[in-house]
Design a protein around this ligand. Structure first.
Ligand SMILES: [Zn+2]
Length: 99
């Protein structure tokens, strides 16, 4: 996908502006692999082979996304993926515990 498309993409679930991590670009600077995340609902939308996967949860297939997410695991800033949402891994979980 072209970098210029980024500004017009919003979360299909809540229409919030997405943030993007880029993992791979081609020679023209188009994004080949990356991960959109929604700061509002924590959903993630991978870009695989240049195609952003922006379908609603019920049409997504976790098994298809698993291999590529596994490959990106070290680049997710300690977040884990679950039910199409990012969640903080156990090390930083204490801050989220109820009082
Ligand atoms: Zn969202």
């Amino acid at each position: 996908m072209k970098a210029s498309m980024i500004d017009i993409l919003v979360c299909p679930f809540d229409k919030q502006t997405l943030t993007l991590k880029i993992f791979a670009k081609d020679l023209e600077g188009a994004i080949i692999e990356g991960l959109f995340t929604c700061p509002h609902c924590q959903r993630y939308y991978p870009i695989v082979q240049g195609i952003p996967i922006m379908t609603p949860d019920e049409y997504r297939e976790p098994a298809l996304e698993k291999p590529i997410l596994k490959r990106w695991e070290g680049q997710l800033d300690g977040y884990k993926v679950r039910n199409f949402q990012l969640e903080e891994s156990s090390q930083s979980k204490q801050a989220d515990e109820p009082l």
